[in-house]
Ligand binder design. Structure first.
Ligand SMILES: [Zn+2]
Length: 234
C-alpha cells in the first residue's frame, strides 16, 4: 500500500525562534482539538543544523501549558542540549528520535493516542478507504506492528523501515503518527488521517459502507497532492 511519494514541498523555517513559536502554537491547537493524552504524547521539530537536535514538550505539562520558551531542545540520544528545568519523556523521545534521525525530510513528527486513531490502529482491517478523507490517503499510509511501549532504541530502524515514504502512519494497537518537512505539512497529514478515523469509527455503527472504487481513491489522492503543491505552507 506504500506507493511512491508525492514530491516534498515546502521548507522548514530557518531559525529556532520561529520554530519554537510555531511548535508551541501547534501544541495549543492539538489541545483545542482534544488531541491530548494528559502529559503524554509529543510533537517534535528539528532545529537547523547538522546535529539533528529537536524541540520536544517538557515532560509533566499538558499541551495547553507548552510555550515557545519551555520547549526542551534535545539530541538524538535524548540529552538536553541547552539548560532546561524540565525532563523529557524517554518513551516520546525514542520514537521521535528514530524518525528525525532516520528520515532526512522528517523535520516535524507528530504522534497521538486519540480514541478514533487507536480504534482504527487496533482493528484488523485498518483504515478503510470508504470516506472522503481516507480516499485522499490512497497508498500514503504505512503500518507498524506493535512492539510494546516504545522505549527501546533497537525498534527505531524497524519503525523507519515500516514508514518508508509514507507520511501518514498507523502504529498498530497504539495510535497515529505523521511527519513532514514542516509543522503545517505534518499537521495536514495527521488532520486528514484523524478525520478519516473519526468517520470510520462513527460509520461502523451504521452498517456496511458505500465502497469508494480504487480509481476514485487514486484521483482523490492526486487532487490532494496537487492542492498541497499550490498551498503556501504545506
Ligand atoms: Zn504513543
Amino acid at each position: 500500500m506504500n506507493a511512491a511519494p508525492p514530491p516534498l514541498t515546502g521548507s522548514p523555517p530557518a531559525d529556532e525562534r520561529t520554530l519554537r513559536t510555531q511548535l508551541a502554537a501547534c501544541y495549543r491547537i492539538f489541545a483545542l482539538l482534544g488531541w491530548t493524552e494528559l502529559i503524554y504524547n509529543h510533537i517534535t521539530v528539528r532545529v537547523p543544523g547538522p546535529e539533528r537536535h529537536f524541540l520536544i514538550n517538557p515532560f509533566g505539562l499538558h499541551f495547553s501549558e507548552v510555550t515557545a520558551s519551555n520547549l526542551v531542545k534535545i539530541d538524538l540520544q535524548g540529552r538536553t542540549v541547552d539548560t532546561s528545568d524540565w525532563p523529557v519523556n524517554p518513551a516520546g523521545f525514542t520514537l521521535h528520535a528514530a524518525i528525525h534521525g532516520g528520515i532526512d525530510h522528517a523535520h516535524c513528527v507528530m504522534h497521538t493516542h486519540t480514541t478514533a486513531g487507536c480504534a482504527v490502529a487496533g482493528s484488523q482491517a485498518g483504515l478503510s478507504p470508504d470516506n472522503f478523507y481516507a480516499a485522499q490517503l490512497h497508498g500514503r499510509v504505512a503500518y507498524h506492528a506493535f512492539e510494546g511501549i516504545t522505549v527501546h532504541a533497537e525498534e527505531g530502524p524497524r519503525v523507519v523501515q515500516s514508514i518508508g515514504h509514507a507520511q501518514a502512519v498507523i502504529l498498530r494497537n497504539h495510535g497515529l503518527l505523521s511527519w513532514g518537512v514542516s509543522i503545517p505539512q505534518a499537521f495536514a497529514y495527521l488532520w486528514t488521517l484523524q478525520r478519516a478515523c473519526e468517520i470510520q469509527v462513527a460509520g461502523a455503527a451504521l452498517g456496511p459502507t458505500v465502497p469508494v472504487p480504487e480509481a476514485i481513491q487514486r484521483r482523490c489522492t492526486a487532487v490532494r497532492s496537487t492542492l498541497r503543491r499550490r498551498a503556501r505552507y504545506v
